[in-house]
Ligand binder design. Structure first.
Ligand SMILES: [Ca+2]
Ligand SMILES: [Ca+2]
Ligand SMILES: [Ca+2]
Length: 415
């Protein structure tokens, strides 16, 4: 029988774990939870001041929270915000003198929902980064996670496969004490080091903004990643400023440190928006194989699409299959020789102007989500009723309305 447990900021780990007598910690809840159980977190702040083990050296890694118990494919363990409430896990007061993972998710078949995760620090300058959530488990779901203001990546998959990151936000992460340069490892979302043959990790409905390095980063991974319906903006700067920090790609889709790697696999980025990133909106990052970039909108990036790949001789060559994309303002394109590109705004000779869009505003992209967690419906970079970009795309096997797909991330509702 599935059990329901409760954890609250004013709880007590010696209590019964019921709604009227909640526990205080997720660690206590995990000792009881088994496949099919649900743990509800009440609203308020869960503040951590130390890791659950000691730093064995200044370059060791410790966890604030270790989730190492798994659910099962039909019965995940659920760690959910209590409906209508906002539990906040804050780690900024931790003093541990080594690398820190806020949530270290080793287990599989877990479902985390509605949790805010913030403030994991770097307490020395001998490492590249700390991490908000680190995931080496598989087949987990991270839903409505708000991860931000860490000194390192907001959510970092390392080795796991089949994970779904759904309707989550990662923002204003800045690893200012990094040994490889301040800001160089503060990505919003990452998927890395997954061995070959695993099911894809998927990012859907996610937003990354004002992270010091990249919005999404898929370097060094051997199983596919799918990013769809996601937005990435203003990355590459010290959060809240226009001071340059790390790399600044919106979507960095693959690569192996600028080396050819025969194990590369195709990633897919579709129905997504990059705007005002310091560097490329969509970047192949020396990827040895051609990724699919379908129906994306890139606005004001530098450049909007940089398809720099690498061949088996180690030479730079364009790599990418591009269809139905829009590149507008910024510096548009780089390294297109070697790609296959058709039905994109730059292939069609349609003069672009602000009038093609309902709005070209670059503010308000962080507006509240819809009930249920989907991205807000904004006029931003949606096609105007009479836009010349409507029905100018080609069928790539994905749903569309009207006589053909439109260009860009937002299909005009048939109008
Ligand atoms: Ca970097
Ligand atoms: Ca990065
Ligand atoms: Ca259409």
């Amino acid at each position: 029988m599935a059990n329901v447990y409760y954890v609250a900021p004013n709880g007590n780990d010696g209590a019964a774990g019921t709604q009227s007598a909640p526990w205080a910690s997720i660690a206590r809840a995990q000792t009881a939870a088994k496949a099919g159980d649900t743990v509800y977190f009440r609203g308020g702040t869960f503040a951590y001041t130390r890791a659950n083990s000691a730093c064995s050296s200044q370059t060791a890694t410790v966890d604030a929270i270790t989730l190492n118990k798994s659910g099962s494919s039909s019965n995940p363990i659920r760690y959910w915000a209590y409906p209508g409430e906002k539990p906040v896990f804050t780690f900024s007061a931790m003093k541990d003198d080594c690398r820190i993972k806020g949530f270290d998710v080793i287990g599989s078949y877990l479902h985390l929902k509605g949790l805010e995760v913030t403030g994991v620090p770097q307490n020395n300058n001998r490492n590249h980064e700390s991490w908000g959530l680190w995931i080496s488990g598989s087949n987990n779901t991270f839903e409505l996670i708000n991860t931000h203001h860490h000194m390192g990546a907001g959510l970092f998959i390392s080795g796991g496969g089949g994970n779904l990151v759904l309707n989550s936000d990662s923002h204003e992460n800045y690893d200012r004490r990094s040994s490889n340069g301040a800001g160089e490892s503060g990505d919003g979302f990452g998927s890395h080091y997954t061995p070959a043959g695993r099911p894809a990790n998927v990012f859907r409905g996610c937003r990354a903004w004002w992270n010091s390095d990249d919005g999404f980063d898929l370097i060094h991974t051997y199983s596919p990643v799918l990013i769809e319906n996601s937005w990435s903006w203003r990355n590459g700067y010290v959060p809240g400023t226009t001071t340059s920090a790390g790399n600044g790609a919106g979507f960095k889709a693959g690569g192996f440190g600028a080396k050819y790697d025969a194990g590369a696999v195709k990633h897919t980025v579709r129905f997504s928006v990059a705007l005002d990133n310091k560097a490329a909106g969509f970047y192949s990052n020396h990827q040895p194989v051609a990724n699919d970039y379908f129906n994306n909108t890139s606005y004001g990036n530098h450049p909007d699409f940089d398809m720099r790949g690498i061949n088996s001789s180690g030479a730079s060559v364009g790599r990418g299959n591009l269809r139905n994309n829009i590149a507008y303002t910024g510096t548009l394109l780089a390294n297109m020789n070697g790609t296959t590109a058709s039905h994109n705004s730059w292939n069609l000779g349609i003069p672009l102007s602000d009038a093609q869009f309902r709005s070209v505003s670059t503010s308000g992209w962080d507006a509240p989500r819809q009930i249920g967690g989907s991205l807000p419906v904004l006029p931003h970079l949606r096609l105007a009723t009479n836009s010349a970009l409507i029905d100018k795309g080609t069928d790539v096997g994905l749903p569309y309305s009207g006589s053909a797909p439109d260009l860009g991330a937002f299909e005009n509702d048939g109008r």
